[in-house]
Design a protein. Structure first.
Length: 63
């Protein structure tokens, strides 16, 4: 799904977004929360997908 570099970029964008929007006190805005939540979910889904994908490749290599 996403490469390691893309996942790292998304994680850094999420961290910077929370920090910057928290300082500007606009973290309560619905649009900002939607964007940050989407970034967070993309990272979590990618972690789960890559974990299961690596398990499948390990099972196929041992058979």
């Amino acid at each position: 799904m996403l490469s390691d570099k893309q996942s790292l970029i998304l994680a850094s964008l999420l961290t910077c977004g929370i920090f910057i929007f928290g300082i500007l006190e606009i973290l309560d805005n619905f649009i900002i929360l939607t964007i940050l939540t989407t970034l967070f979910l993309a990272i979590i889904i990618n972690l789960i997908y890559s974990k299961f994908k690596s398990r499948e490749t390990n099972k196929n290599e041992t058979i």
